[in-house]
Design a binder for this molecule. Structure first.
Ligand SMILES: NC(=O)c1ccc[n+]([C@@H]2O[C@H](COP(=O)([O-])OP(=O)(O)OC[C@H]3O[C@@H](n4cnc5c(N)ncnc54)[C@H](O)[C@@H]3O)[C@@H](O)[C@H]2O)c1
Length: 246
């Protein structure tokens, strides 16, 4: 069975993606912060019969990144697809963002994913295995929006990381793509958009008049990770209810 390693697998888009991989017959390494339980996902009825392996990962720590790949390989016999999904947010006026805010967010959203990707590629190349990386960018990494500069710049970095690594590893058989969701009402975003006026403003930007769901994003992730996307590398797939078409 193919194996996917999904980061930030306990909730939201990561949870939905891990479950969709399981439904499609993949075994899944469920990576999340130490102390964050992935038991609900591992024991979900849709994952019955699949191997669902909890793996500890803190993207702030180089050693934790290396250990997460080692654990997944040891527990599941290898990794075919890395899903760089974990992330953190940081809304606020650009003039108020501090040096410490920058480091906190960039360390997880950009540096962590870069070194997660290189650790995975190093393993693939060493083992003589092909692989696929799918990262979670964002429409905020492709368009301007006020109060989201720090987050948007981190996601813009993911967009360019995707192109750079796709070209560098194309002949190694490692494909690198990203999904760019518009707002998805995951538990964290549901809370962040508690103000009805702000939620409506985000909704009004979307031509389809609906927020994409975590399952919509998961479908795109699994497609890009799988064999039907074998000729696709270096691309960003917006799952955005039409936002970027405007
Ligand atoms: N929900 C949206 O509206 C939306 C839109 C565009 C992009 N995205 C991106 O999609 C991804 C998932 O979004 P979500 O709303 O489901 O996320 P979320 O904020 O609800 O969950 C993030 C996950 O990442 C994990 N995480 C945080 N810091 C970590 C660290 N240092 N090491 C390892 N894991 C860590 C958390 O424990 C959690 O499981 C994120 O990268 C997010 O930026 C989300």
């Amino acid at each position: 069975m193919p194996v996917a390693l999904v980061t930030g697998a306990s909730t939201g888009i990561g949870r939905a993606t891990a479950l969709e991989f399981a439904r499609q017959g993949w075994d899944v390494a469920l990576a999340d912060l130490p102390g964050v339980s992935v038991a609900e996902v591992a024991n979900h009825p849709d994952a019955a019969g699949r191997r669902m392996l909890p793996v500890e990962l803190d993207l702030n720590l180089e050693a934790s990144i290396a250990a997460s790949i080692t654990s997944a390989v040891a527990g599941l016999g290898g990794v075919d697809a890395l899903i760089n999904n974990a992330g953190t947010t940081g809304r606020g006026a650009a003039t108020e963002i501090t040096w410490a805010d920058w480091d906190r967010l960039m360390n997880v959203n950009l540096k962590g994913h870069y070194f997660m990707s290189t650790a995975f590629a190093r393993w693939c190349i060493g083992a003589g295995r092909q692989g696929a990386i799918v990262s979670t960018a964002s429409t905020h990494g492709l368009t301007g929006i006020a109060q989201q500069s720090l987050y948007g710049i981190s996601k813009g970095g993911i967009v360019q990381m995707t192109r750079m690594l796709a070209v560098e590893w194309a002949r190694d058989g490692i494909r690198v793509n990203a999904v760019a969701p518009a707002t998805v009402l995951t538990p964290s975003r549901d809370k962040a958009l508690a103000d009805p006026a702000r939620r409506q403003m985000m909704l009004d930007r979307l031509p389809q008049g609906r927020f994409p769901t975590a399952e919509d994003i998961a479908d795109a992730m699994v497609f890009l990770a799988g064999p039907k996307a074998k000729a696709i590398t270096g691309h960003i797939l917006p799952v955005d209810a039409g936002l970027l078409a405007v």
